[in-house]
Design a protein around this ligand. Structure first.
Ligand code: GZL
Length: 307
Protein backbone atom coordinates (compact mmCIF):
# COMPACT_ATOMS: atom_id res chain seq x y z
CA UNK A 1 0.00 0.00 0.00
CA UNK A 2 3.10 2.12 -0.33
CA UNK A 3 3.04 3.66 3.16
CA UNK A 4 6.43 2.03 3.61
CA UNK A 5 5.43 0.18 6.78
CA UNK A 6 7.51 -2.91 7.40
CA UNK A 7 4.59 -5.32 7.03
CA UNK A 8 4.08 -4.09 3.47
CA UNK A 9 7.45 -5.48 2.43
CA UNK A 10 7.86 -9.12 1.45
CA UNK A 11 11.46 -9.01 2.50
CA UNK A 12 10.96 -11.06 5.69
CA UNK A 13 10.59 -9.82 9.29
CA UNK A 14 13.93 -7.98 9.40
CA UNK A 15 13.17 -6.54 5.97
CA UNK A 16 16.74 -7.27 4.86
CA UNK A 17 16.26 -10.89 3.67
CA UNK A 18 15.84 -10.88 -0.10
CA UNK A 19 12.76 -12.79 -1.27
CA UNK A 20 13.09 -14.36 -4.74
CA UNK A 21 10.12 -15.90 -6.56
CA UNK A 22 11.27 -18.52 -9.11
CA UNK A 23 8.75 -19.96 -11.62
CA UNK A 24 10.37 -23.13 -13.03
CA UNK A 25 9.32 -24.81 -16.31
CA UNK A 26 8.77 -28.31 -14.90
CA UNK A 27 10.78 -31.48 -14.20
CA UNK A 28 10.90 -32.87 -17.75
CA UNK A 29 14.58 -33.80 -17.99
CA UNK A 30 17.80 -34.52 -16.14
CA UNK A 31 18.94 -31.07 -17.19
CA UNK A 32 15.91 -29.45 -15.51
CA UNK A 33 16.41 -31.44 -12.31
CA UNK A 34 20.02 -30.22 -12.11
CA UNK A 35 18.92 -26.66 -12.90
CA UNK A 36 16.36 -26.72 -10.08
CA UNK A 37 18.89 -28.13 -7.59
CA UNK A 38 21.42 -25.46 -8.54
CA UNK A 39 18.87 -22.68 -7.93
CA UNK A 40 17.64 -24.10 -4.62
CA UNK A 41 21.14 -24.82 -3.27
CA UNK A 42 22.46 -21.42 -4.36
CA UNK A 43 19.56 -19.53 -2.78
CA UNK A 44 20.26 -21.29 0.53
CA UNK A 45 23.97 -20.55 0.29
CA UNK A 46 23.24 -16.89 -0.52
CA UNK A 47 20.78 -16.45 2.36
CA UNK A 48 18.00 -15.66 -0.10
CA UNK A 49 14.43 -16.70 0.76
CA UNK A 50 13.34 -18.72 -2.32
CA UNK A 51 9.70 -19.20 -3.30
CA UNK A 52 9.75 -21.98 -5.92
CA UNK A 53 7.06 -23.34 -8.26
CA UNK A 54 6.93 -26.07 -10.95
CA UNK A 55 4.62 -25.36 -13.93
CA UNK A 56 4.59 -28.93 -15.35
CA UNK A 57 5.67 -27.41 -18.71
CA UNK A 58 2.43 -25.39 -18.99
CA UNK A 59 2.63 -21.66 -19.76
CA UNK A 60 -0.67 -20.93 -18.01
CA UNK A 61 0.75 -22.38 -14.79
CA UNK A 62 3.93 -20.30 -15.08
CA UNK A 63 1.87 -17.14 -15.59
CA UNK A 64 -0.27 -18.02 -12.56
CA UNK A 65 2.87 -18.60 -10.47
CA UNK A 66 4.39 -15.27 -11.54
CA UNK A 67 1.11 -13.50 -10.66
CA UNK A 68 1.22 -15.08 -7.21
CA UNK A 69 4.76 -13.73 -6.67
CA UNK A 70 3.51 -10.27 -7.65
CA UNK A 71 0.70 -10.57 -5.07
CA UNK A 72 3.23 -11.69 -2.45
CA UNK A 73 5.34 -8.60 -3.31
CA UNK A 74 8.58 -10.59 -3.61
CA UNK A 75 11.74 -8.53 -4.18
CA UNK A 76 12.69 -10.19 -7.50
CA UNK A 77 10.97 -12.63 -9.89
CA UNK A 78 13.03 -15.05 -12.01
CA UNK A 79 11.80 -17.68 -14.45
CA UNK A 80 12.69 -19.89 -17.41
CA UNK A 81 9.95 -19.23 -20.02
CA UNK A 82 8.59 -22.56 -21.25
CA UNK A 83 7.86 -20.96 -24.65
CA UNK A 84 9.11 -17.71 -26.25
CA UNK A 85 5.85 -15.77 -26.65
CA UNK A 86 2.81 -14.62 -24.63
CA UNK A 87 4.60 -13.03 -21.67
CA UNK A 88 3.93 -9.29 -22.12
CA UNK A 89 0.73 -9.01 -20.00
CA UNK A 90 2.10 -10.66 -16.86
CA UNK A 91 5.52 -9.01 -17.17
CA UNK A 92 3.83 -5.60 -17.52
CA UNK A 93 2.00 -6.36 -14.25
CA UNK A 94 5.35 -7.13 -12.59
CA UNK A 95 6.79 -3.89 -13.97
CA UNK A 96 3.81 -1.87 -12.70
CA UNK A 97 4.26 -3.52 -9.30
CA UNK A 98 7.91 -2.40 -9.35
CA UNK A 99 9.23 -5.98 -9.19
CA UNK A 100 12.33 -6.61 -11.38
CA UNK A 101 12.28 -9.79 -13.52
CA UNK A 102 15.27 -11.96 -14.46
CA UNK A 103 15.07 -14.45 -17.36
CA UNK A 104 17.11 -17.62 -16.85
CA UNK A 105 17.87 -20.48 -19.28
CA UNK A 106 15.34 -19.53 -22.00
CA UNK A 107 14.53 -16.18 -23.62
CA UNK A 108 11.24 -14.54 -24.68
CA UNK A 109 10.51 -13.01 -28.10
CA UNK A 110 9.03 -9.72 -26.81
CA UNK A 111 10.63 -6.62 -28.42
CA UNK A 112 10.05 -4.77 -25.13
CA UNK A 113 13.32 -5.50 -23.36
CA UNK A 114 12.33 -3.19 -20.48
CA UNK A 115 10.19 -6.10 -19.19
CA UNK A 116 13.26 -7.86 -17.76
CA UNK A 117 16.57 -6.83 -16.24
CA UNK A 118 18.73 -9.50 -17.90
CA UNK A 119 18.70 -12.89 -19.69
CA UNK A 120 21.11 -15.39 -18.11
CA UNK A 121 21.51 -18.51 -20.24
CA UNK A 122 23.12 -20.37 -23.13
CA UNK A 123 23.35 -19.43 -26.80
CA UNK A 124 21.18 -22.17 -28.34
CA UNK A 125 21.98 -21.21 -31.93
CA UNK A 126 25.67 -21.71 -31.12
CA UNK A 127 24.83 -25.09 -29.57
CA UNK A 128 23.06 -26.12 -32.82
CA UNK A 129 26.06 -24.95 -34.85
CA UNK A 130 28.43 -26.96 -32.63
CA UNK A 131 26.29 -30.06 -33.21
CA UNK A 132 26.43 -29.48 -36.99
CA UNK A 133 30.16 -28.82 -36.87
CA UNK A 134 30.83 -32.27 -35.44
CA UNK A 135 28.83 -33.82 -38.32
CA UNK A 136 30.72 -31.77 -40.94
CA UNK A 137 34.03 -32.97 -39.48
CA UNK A 138 32.76 -36.57 -39.27
CA UNK A 139 31.86 -36.68 -42.97
CA UNK A 140 34.81 -34.56 -44.19
CA UNK A 141 35.92 -35.77 -47.63
CA UNK A 142 33.08 -38.28 -48.01
CA UNK A 143 30.54 -37.81 -50.81
CA UNK A 144 27.60 -39.94 -49.67
CA UNK A 145 24.08 -38.78 -48.84
CA UNK A 146 23.59 -38.53 -45.05
CA UNK A 147 19.99 -39.06 -43.88
CA UNK A 148 19.36 -37.15 -40.65
CA UNK A 149 16.35 -37.34 -38.32
CA UNK A 150 15.83 -34.61 -35.71
CA UNK A 151 14.11 -34.83 -32.33
CA UNK A 152 13.11 -31.25 -31.52
CA UNK A 153 12.57 -29.87 -28.01
CA UNK A 154 9.31 -28.35 -26.73
CA UNK A 155 7.45 -26.67 -29.60
CA UNK A 156 7.79 -22.88 -29.39
CA UNK A 157 10.59 -22.96 -26.82
CA UNK A 158 13.76 -20.94 -27.40
CA UNK A 159 16.06 -24.01 -27.25
CA UNK A 160 13.94 -25.91 -29.81
CA UNK A 161 13.69 -22.96 -32.22
CA UNK A 162 17.34 -21.95 -31.95
CA UNK A 163 18.94 -25.41 -31.84
CA UNK A 164 17.04 -26.26 -35.05
CA UNK A 165 18.14 -22.98 -36.66
CA UNK A 166 21.78 -23.29 -35.61
CA UNK A 167 22.04 -26.88 -36.85
CA UNK A 168 20.41 -26.01 -40.19
CA UNK A 169 22.87 -23.13 -40.65
CA UNK A 170 25.77 -25.44 -39.80
CA UNK A 171 24.93 -28.12 -42.38
CA UNK A 172 23.66 -25.77 -45.12
CA UNK A 173 26.94 -25.73 -47.08
CA UNK A 174 26.88 -29.52 -47.66
CA UNK A 175 23.98 -30.72 -49.94
CA UNK A 176 24.67 -34.34 -48.94
CA UNK A 177 23.19 -33.66 -45.49
CA UNK A 178 19.42 -34.25 -45.64
CA UNK A 179 17.04 -33.81 -42.71
CA UNK A 180 14.46 -36.44 -43.73
CA UNK A 181 12.27 -36.12 -40.61
CA UNK A 182 11.97 -33.60 -37.77
CA UNK A 183 9.44 -33.67 -34.92
CA UNK A 184 9.14 -32.67 -31.27
CA UNK A 185 9.97 -35.21 -28.60
CA UNK A 186 9.05 -32.62 -25.92
CA UNK A 187 12.50 -32.93 -24.26
CA UNK A 188 11.42 -36.20 -22.56
CA UNK A 189 12.77 -39.79 -22.78
CA UNK A 190 9.31 -41.31 -23.28
CA UNK A 191 8.31 -39.04 -26.16
CA UNK A 192 11.79 -39.23 -27.66
CA UNK A 193 11.51 -43.04 -27.80
CA UNK A 194 7.98 -42.91 -29.24
CA UNK A 195 8.92 -40.47 -32.04
CA UNK A 196 12.13 -42.37 -32.85
CA UNK A 197 10.05 -45.56 -33.22
CA UNK A 198 7.91 -43.74 -35.79
CA UNK A 199 11.00 -42.39 -37.58
CA UNK A 200 12.43 -45.93 -37.80
CA UNK A 201 9.18 -47.36 -39.17
CA UNK A 202 8.92 -44.77 -41.96
CA UNK A 203 12.64 -44.33 -42.79
CA UNK A 204 14.59 -47.58 -43.45
CA UNK A 205 17.98 -45.91 -43.85
CA UNK A 206 18.65 -43.34 -41.14
CA UNK A 207 22.33 -42.43 -40.76
CA UNK A 208 22.20 -39.77 -38.00
CA UNK A 209 19.95 -38.68 -35.12
CA UNK A 210 20.22 -35.07 -33.96
CA UNK A 211 18.46 -34.79 -30.57
CA UNK A 212 17.88 -31.36 -28.97
CA UNK A 213 18.52 -32.91 -25.53
CA UNK A 214 20.01 -36.01 -23.90
CA UNK A 215 16.73 -37.32 -22.50
CA UNK A 216 15.23 -37.66 -25.98
CA UNK A 217 18.48 -39.21 -27.25
CA UNK A 218 18.42 -41.76 -24.41
CA UNK A 219 14.81 -42.64 -25.21
CA UNK A 220 15.69 -42.94 -28.90
CA UNK A 221 18.55 -45.34 -28.07
CA UNK A 222 15.97 -47.77 -26.63
CA UNK A 223 13.92 -47.55 -29.86
CA UNK A 224 17.00 -48.05 -32.06
CA UNK A 225 18.09 -51.13 -30.11
CA UNK A 226 14.55 -52.58 -30.14
CA UNK A 227 14.65 -52.18 -33.94
CA UNK A 228 17.80 -54.34 -33.99
CA UNK A 229 20.19 -51.51 -34.88
CA UNK A 230 23.32 -50.31 -33.04
CA UNK A 231 23.06 -46.70 -31.71
CA UNK A 232 26.32 -44.80 -32.23
CA UNK A 233 27.31 -47.19 -35.05
CA UNK A 234 24.42 -47.87 -37.48
CA UNK A 235 22.85 -44.56 -36.47
CA UNK A 236 25.23 -41.91 -35.18
CA UNK A 237 23.79 -39.76 -32.37
CA UNK A 238 24.44 -36.09 -31.66
CA UNK A 239 22.90 -34.77 -28.44
CA UNK A 240 22.82 -31.60 -26.32
CA UNK A 241 22.93 -31.02 -22.52
CA UNK A 242 25.71 -33.23 -21.09
CA UNK A 243 23.95 -35.08 -18.26
CA UNK A 244 25.82 -38.01 -16.67
CA UNK A 245 23.66 -40.63 -18.44
CA UNK A 246 24.66 -39.17 -21.80
CA UNK A 247 28.33 -39.37 -20.86
CA UNK A 248 27.80 -43.01 -19.85
CA UNK A 249 26.13 -43.62 -23.23
CA UNK A 250 29.23 -42.16 -24.93
CA UNK A 251 31.45 -44.47 -22.85
CA UNK A 252 29.19 -47.33 -24.05
CA UNK A 253 29.63 -46.15 -27.67
CA UNK A 254 25.91 -45.34 -28.09
CA UNK A 255 26.14 -41.51 -28.37
CA UNK A 256 28.89 -40.01 -30.55
CA UNK A 257 29.06 -36.42 -29.32
CA UNK A 258 27.41 -34.26 -26.64
CA UNK A 259 27.20 -30.47 -26.89
CA UNK A 260 27.18 -29.17 -23.32
CA UNK A 261 24.35 -26.93 -22.09
CA UNK A 262 25.14 -25.85 -18.55
CA UNK A 263 22.17 -26.01 -16.10
CA UNK A 264 24.18 -24.85 -13.07
CA UNK A 265 22.98 -21.25 -13.30
CA UNK A 266 22.16 -20.91 -9.58
CA UNK A 267 25.26 -19.05 -8.37
CA UNK A 268 25.15 -16.52 -11.24
CA UNK A 269 21.42 -15.99 -10.66
CA UNK A 270 21.90 -15.21 -6.96
CA UNK A 271 24.68 -12.73 -7.79
CA UNK A 272 22.34 -11.00 -10.24
CA UNK A 273 19.49 -10.93 -7.71
CA UNK A 274 21.70 -9.31 -5.06
CA UNK A 275 22.96 -6.71 -7.57
CA UNK A 276 19.44 -5.89 -8.71
CA UNK A 277 18.19 -5.43 -5.13
CA UNK A 278 21.24 -3.25 -4.36
CA UNK A 279 20.35 -1.09 -7.36
CA UNK A 280 23.56 -1.97 -9.21
CA UNK A 281 23.53 -2.22 -13.02
CA UNK A 282 23.53 -5.70 -14.57
CA UNK A 283 24.44 -6.45 -18.19
CA UNK A 284 21.40 -7.24 -20.35
CA UNK A 285 22.78 -10.62 -21.55
CA UNK A 286 24.86 -13.00 -19.42
CA UNK A 287 26.17 -16.02 -21.35
CA UNK A 288 26.89 -19.38 -19.69
CA UNK A 289 30.23 -21.12 -20.36
CA UNK A 290 29.97 -24.56 -22.01
CA UNK A 291 31.89 -26.94 -24.32
CA UNK A 292 31.62 -30.03 -26.57
CA UNK A 293 32.52 -33.59 -25.55
CA UNK A 294 33.27 -36.51 -27.93
CA UNK A 295 33.35 -40.24 -27.13
CA UNK A 296 37.14 -40.33 -26.58
CA UNK A 297 36.81 -37.66 -23.87
CA UNK A 298 33.78 -39.17 -22.11
CA UNK A 299 35.43 -41.67 -19.75
CA UNK A 300 37.86 -39.09 -18.35
CA UNK A 301 35.17 -36.40 -17.99
CA UNK A 302 32.42 -38.57 -16.46
CA UNK A 303 33.73 -38.65 -12.84
CA UNK A 304 33.88 -34.85 -12.75
CA UNK A 305 30.42 -34.21 -14.15
CA UNK A 306 28.26 -32.35 -11.61
CA UNK A 307 24.85 -33.16 -13.16
C1 GZL B 1 18.13 -25.62 -22.24
C2 GZL B 1 16.91 -26.09 -21.48
C3 GZL B 1 16.38 -27.35 -22.08
C4 GZL B 1 17.34 -28.53 -21.95
C5 GZL B 1 16.37 -29.64 -21.79
O1 GZL B 1 18.69 -24.51 -21.61
O2 GZL B 1 15.90 -25.09 -21.53
O3 GZL B 1 15.19 -27.71 -21.37
O4 GZL B 1 18.18 -28.68 -23.06
C6 GZL B 1 15.38 -29.03 -20.83
O5 GZL B 1 16.91 -30.83 -21.28
O6 GZL B 1 14.22 -29.76 -20.77
Amino acid sequence: CGDGTQDDEAGGAAGDTIVLGFAQVGAESGWRTANTKSIQDSAKAAGIDLKFSDAQQKQENQIKNIRSYITQKVDVIAFSPVVESGWEPVLREAKEAGIPVVLTDRAIDSPDTSLYVTFLGSDFIEEGKRAANWLVQEYQGKNETVNIVELQGTTGSAPAIDRKEGFAQGIAANPNFKIIASQTGEFTRAKGKEVMQAFLQSNPDIDVLYAHNDDMALGAIQAIEEAGKKPGVDIKIISIDGVKDAFQAMVDGKINVVVECNPLLGPQLMDVVKKVVAGETVEKRILTEEGVFTQDQAAAALPNRQY
